[in-house]
Ligand binder design. Sequence first.
Ligand code: SF4
Length: 205
Amino acid sequence: MNEEKFEKLKENFRLRNVEVEYFESLEDVKLYILDLIPMECSIGIGHSTTLQMMNITNLLLERGNAVYDKELGKDPEERKNLKRKALTTEWYISGSNAVSVDGRIVNVDHSGNSVASITFGPDKVIIVVGKNKVVDTVDNAIKRVKNIACPLNAKRAGFNPPCVTLNRCVDCVSKERVCNTLSIIEGQSDRNRIKLFIVNEECGF
Ligand code: SF4
């Protein structure tokens, strides 16, 4: 992303009370997050390929933070409880399906836990996004989410809605539909709540 585009994005998010920072690499983001979040804080983790690439759950656990990541659950009931606990943590870390230069964060969710936590609950939210997910407008963000992120995420998770074979959304009502909630974060009432970290690398879908 060129500097002019990043500055425009940053200013549009600033007007919507979302703080934006730029990082050259996921490694840089990882070190920054480990420094930013106090050791005694509880942290919820939204399921995300980007966060898995950072191995952030294990790093936070190893140094003693209480971490609620559904991936740590051994069975569906345990995973459900971890999702519930992540709704009321002090910090929440998530990826995103798309962000737009005009200042929106757009996500779809299968069960809804991640978009719920991003919207309300945790005191502070960090969203880590690779440059491949930055688009110009909210309309293009929704198109990206439905036609790129959904098919790839569905395939990764072992679901088979029509977009997996068609590589585009047909607004299905499949039992395997993965985008049961579409969320657009348009702004924040608390200026210090959401931090958006843009990474100059391709991360996730
Ligand atoms: S509505 Fe169906 S086809 Fe469209 S993105 Fe969602 S799961 Fe895929």
